[in-house]
Design a protein around this ligand. Structure first.
Ligand code: FAD
Length: 402
C-alpha cells in the first residue's frame, strides 16, 4: 500500500514550520513542500529591504538548507489552484499534484480595498521583489534631484499608518539623512507624509506608547494626516478626504502599506473566505474538509478570550505550523486532533535600527533602545523557528548595536 502524501503549500513562517516539525515526528507519510521561490524570506523585515537599510540577502535563506531533504521533498513552483473535491493541486510548471492531506499556507498579498489607481501608481511591500522595487525607485528619485531640482523627487507619501508603515518610516528616516550627503540633496526639501484613514494612530498600543512612536517620527520630519481616507491614487498624486473635502498631495514615491489580505488562491479554489482568509475549526482544519489545514495569513482563528479572530502575525503563523504538524501526526497515527491554543508573547514595533516600542508578556511596556533589543530578539527567535542556529550566525544577527 502506498504511503499517504502530505502536501504543504507555501514556505513562509507557517508552511516551513509545519514541514520542519512534521519531518521530526514519527509518521509514515511522504511530505511535499511547494513554494514559488527556492528561498524563504522573513516578511517581518521587508520594510528594511524596501527602505534600503538591509539587502535582501540578510532576510532570505535557501529552503533546502533548513529542511530534512531525506524526509521532505521540495518543489519550486507556483500554486494556481486547489481542486479540493478531487484532492489535487494545480501547479504552474509541474501540472497536478495529488494529496491525502493538504496544508494551505500561502500567506498574504497587498490589499487595495478597491481604491482606484493603487496597482498602477503606488508601490506595495509584500515580498522581496516588491520591496526591492520600492528601494530601487526611492533611490532613483532621490538621486534624480541633483539634475532635476524637482522637489517631487524628494517627496514620499506612505499610505496607511499601521505596523508596516510605521516600521518603514522608521527605516527611511534613518537612511535618508545619510543619502542626502552622498547623493547631495538638501534635507530641508525632503517631504515625508503619512496618510491614515482611521482617527487614531497605532491603536494596538497604549495612548502613551503610541504617542512615543509618533513623536519620534515627527521629530525626524514625518507629517501625519489622520482620519483622512485615501480616495484615489493618480500618477504622482494621492487624493484623500479631509473634513469632507478632497485634497491632494504630490510625490514621486508613493508607498502602499494600508493592509494585507490572504492569497487569492484561496478564493479561486472555492473556499468560503473573507479577504482571502478562511475561518478555521479549533484544530485548524477547514469545515467540511477534514483533509485540509489552513494556517498563517490565509486563516482566521477565533480568540475565545476576545471573541474576535487573532490578528495575522508571524508569531501566530509559527505556532499554527507547529499545531498543524502535531495534528497531522495524530491523524496519521489514528489519534484525535487537538485544539490550537495561542498566547501572544507581545507586540513590538521597530522605528529604525535603534528604537523600538511595544508591549511584552505581562503587559510590560518597552521603548527606545530597550524596545529595539526586544524587537531584534523576537525576530531572531522567529528566524530560529523557521531556520537553524547556523542561519542566525550566517545572517550576523547577534549585532544588537547597529
Ligand atoms: P508568508 O510569510 O506570506 O509566506 C507565504 C509563502 O508562500 C511565501 O514564501 C510565498 O512566496 C509563498 N507563496 C505565496 N503564493 C504562492 C503561490 N501561489 N504558489 C507558491 N508559493 C506561494 N508579524 C509579526 O509577528 N511580527 C512583526 O514584527 C511583523 N512585522 C511585519 C512587517 C512587515 C513589513 C510585514 C509585511 C508583515 C509583518 N508581520 C509581522 C506579519 C507577518 O509577516 C505575517 O503575518 C506572516 O508572514 C504570515 O506568515 P505566512 O507563513 O502565513 O505567510
Amino acid at each position: 500500500m502506498s504511503r499517504p502524501r502530505v502536501v504543504i503549500l507555501g514556505a513562509g513562517y507557517a508552511g516551513l514550520k509545519t514541514a520542519k516539525e512534521l519531518s521530526k515526528k514519527n509518521v509514515e507519510a511522504d511530505i511535499v513542500l511547494v513554494n514559488k521561490n527556492d528561498y524563504h524570506y522573513e516578511s517581518t523585515q521587508l520594510h528594511e529591504v524596501a527602505a534600503g537599510t538591509e539587502p535582501a540577502s540578510k532576510i532570505t535563506f535557501n529552503i533546502v538548507d533548513v529542511i530534512d531533504t531525506k524526509k521532505v521533498e521540495f518543489i519550486k513552483d507556483t500554486v494556481i489552484k486547489v481542486e479540493k473535491d478531487d484532492k489535487k493541486v494545480l501547479l504552474e510548471n509541474n501540472g497536478e499534484l495529488s494529496y491525502d492531506y493538504l496544508v494551505m499556507a500561502l500567506g498574504f498579498e497587498s490589499e487595495t480595498f478597491g481604491i482606484p489607481g493603487v496597482d498602477e501608481f503606488s508601490l506595495p511591500l509584500v515580498n522581496i521583489k516588491t520591496a526591492e522595487a520600492a528601494q530601487a525607485h526611492l533611490d532613483k528619485m532621490l538621486s534624480n534631484y541633483q539634475q532635476s531640482k524637482n522637489e517631487l523627487d524628494l517627496s514620499i507619501v506612505v499610505c496607511g499608518a499601521g505596523f508596516t508603515s510605521i516600521e518603514y518610516l522608521g527605516e527611511i528616516t534613518n537612511r535618508i539623512p545619510k543619502l542626502a550627503k552622498t547623493m547631495n540633496f538638501p534635507m530641508d526639501k525632503v517631504k515625508i507624509t503619512c496618510i491614515e484613514a482611521m482617527p487614531t494612530l497605532l491603536p494596538m498600543f497604549s495612548e502613551k506608547l503610541g504617542q512615543f512612536g509618533i513623536d519620534v517620527l515627527k521629530k525626524r520630519g514625518v507629517t501625519f494626516k489622520v482620519g483622512t481616507p485615501i480616495k484615489e491614487i493618480k500618477e504622482n498624486t494621492v487624493v484623500y478626504e479631509e473634513n469632507g473635502e478632497l485634497k491632494e498631495v504630490h510625490a514621486h514615491t508613493i508607498i502602499w502599506t494600508t493592509g494585507v489580505k490572504g492569497s487569492h488562491v484561496v478564493g479561486e479554489s472555492g473556499f468560503a473566505e473573507r479577504r482571502g482568509r478562511v475561518m478555521v475549526e479549533k484544530d485548524l482544519r477547514v469545515e467540511g474538509y477534514s483533509d485540509i489545514f489552513m494556517i498563517g495569513d490565509v486563516s482566521a482563528v477565533m480568540d475565545e478570550e476576545s471573541g474576535r479572530p487573532f490578528p495575522t502575525t508571524a508569531q501566530i503563523a509559527i505556532k499554527q505550523g507547529e499545531a498543524a504538524a502535531n495534528n497531522l501526526a495524530r491523524l496519521l497515527n489514528n489519534q484525535p486532533t487537538e485544539a490550537f491554543t495561542f498566547k501572544s508573547l507581545g507586540t513590538v514595533a521597530s522605528i529604525g535600527n535603534n528604537v523600538g516600542m511595544g508591549q511584552i508578556l505581562g503587559g510590560k511596556e518597552v521603548k527606545g533602545y530597550m524596545g529595539s533589543i526586544v524587537k531584534k530578539s523576537i525576530i531572531n527567535k522567529s528566524l530560529l523557528d523557521v531556520g537553524t542556529a547556523g542561519t542566525l550566525l550566517k545572517k550576523g544577527r547577534f549585532d544588537y548595536y547597529h
